[in-house]
Structures are given as structure tokens and as C-alpha cells.
Design a protein. Structure first.
Length: 237
């Protein structure tokens, strides 16, 4: 059955989403990198890329690598919209936790109808972001851009709101929950250790009897690179 932008198979859509996600952090996507992302052989990735090229959803060249066409980008964003709405629905209505929803949403995203998708959006009061802080594209494939910086880039004294977690690995998300490092929390960088050392941050907590020392967290640099913050506006001099 044809789905988004005349895509015939679910697998083709999954590849388009993978290419889109890789393109967010890389200027050039190779067949090898795409194969690693999809957990398939390079030959299988090359075969699918050829199909997507023939269908007009992908272009590729030795210099530029694999890139989405406008049609391919729209199809990828339409599926991402459905996936992120499902994640919100699974938490707000079904009672799942944020470390569980990615796998569940992947099982459901190819099965539900467009009408189901619309009703989810209404029930969840038109969410703008998924539980991990990724923006929900609109029906036309438009994505609201935000000026975010990774926690690894922040210097001592800088403050802001944690907005996005760029890795949805379930054990990592459970660990972040234990630290109260979830989207919506305010954080302040107290110190950054030298030589690519960890960031020491203080996390907000509204509980009046919370021990201040318990709010101080040590975040390794690898993890800090996956946490994105909207900086607080600095007062005018």
C-alpha cells in the first residue's frame, strides 16, 4: 500500500528517516554510515539507496554522498511527525515512560491511519515536541528551529533550560531521569574540568527541603554532547 509521498514499503520510509537523522549531524552520508545506522550490510543499504534514487526520493554522488530530495525529506518528516506524536500519546495517555516509547512507537508508526494520527494530536493538545525534546513537524513537513547549544559547550556560570536529549538509548534515559536531567529542567554550569573533563552542573528542584549538594551532578563529556540547552537571556550591561 502506498503511504507517504508514494512510498511503497515501510522499509523505504525507514531509510529516508535514517538519512534525515544522519544529515542533521553530518554534511556527507556514505553507504557505509547508512548501513551502520540501519544495522544492515553495505550491499543491502546500497540496494535500497538505488531504489530510493529511482523513485525520486534520494540523490547520490561520490562527492556529496547520499542526500534527500524535497520529496524524500517531506516523506521522512511526515513519518517523524507520526512517530513523535505517538511518543507523546504513549506517555500522556497510555502511561509509558520516556525510555520505553521509542521502541513502542516504531512498532506502531506504520500501522496507524492518518485519522488516528490526527486524533492523537488533538487528544494530546497539539504537542510541539516529543518527550525527548525533538520538535514535532507539522503536516507540511515544516520543523520549528530552535537556537540550542550542547551542554558540552557551556562554560561555568552559564544557565539555561534543558530542551533536548539527542540520544534515545533506554538505559541512558533512565540514568538521566535519576539525575533529573529531563527536558524542562533549569541547569547551571558550576565548573568544567580541563582536558575534555566532565561538566559539573546544578539542577533546579522546587522541593523546599532538598539538600543543595544532591542537586549537583557530574556529567561526562560524551553525555554532555547529547544534551541540548536553551541559554537564559543575559541581562543588559
Amino acid at each position: 500500500m502506498r503511504t507517504f509521498c508514494n512510498i511503497i514499503t515501510d522499509g523505504m520510509l525507514d531509510y529516508l528517516v535514517a538519512i534525515y537523522e544522519l544529515g542533521e549531524t553530518s554534511d556527507r552520508i556514505s553507504t557505509t554510515v547508512l548501513a551502520q545506522k540501519m544495522e544492515v550490510s553495505p550491499a543491502a543499504a546500497s540496494s535500497m539507496t538505488k531504489r530510493l534514487t529511482e523513485s525520486g526520493h534520494v540523490v547520490r554522488s561520490p562527492a556529496a554522498g547520499i542526500r534527500l530530495t524535497d520529496q524524500g525529506r517531506l516523506a521522512a518528516l511526515q513519518l517523524l511527525r507520526r512517530h513523535r506524536l505517538l511518543e507523546v500519546f504513549l506517555i500522556e495517555v497510555m502511561g509509558f515512560t520516556w525510555d520505553q516509547v521509542k521502541a513502542e512507537a516504531m512498532r506502531l508508526e506504520h500501522a496507524i491511519s492518518a485519522e488516528f494520527e490526527k486524533r492523537m494530536e488533538i487528544i494530546c493538545n497539539f504537542p510541539t515536541h516529543c518527550p525527548h525534546g525533538d520538535p514535532v513537524p507539522n503536516e507540511d513537513g515544516q520543523v520549528k528551529k530552535e537556537n540550542l547549544v550542547s551542554l558540552a559547550e557551556l562554560r561555568p556560570g552559564q544557565t539555561g533550560e534543558l530542551r533536548r536529549v539527542a540520544n534515545h538509548n533506554a538505559p541512558m534515559l533512565r540514568y538521566l531521569s535519576q539525575l533529573n536531567l529531563v527536558p524542562g529542567y533549569q541547569i547551571k554550569v558550576l565548573n568544567v574540568e580541563p582536558f575534555d573533563g566532565p561538566s559539573i552542573v546544578q539542577v533546579e528542584d522546587d522541593a523546599p527541603q532538598t539538600d543543595p549538594e544532591s542537586l549537583v551532578k557530574i556529567i561526562g563529556r560524551s553525555l554532555a554532547k547529547r544534551l541540548f540547552v536553551k541559554l537564559a537571556e543575559q541581562p543588559a550591561a
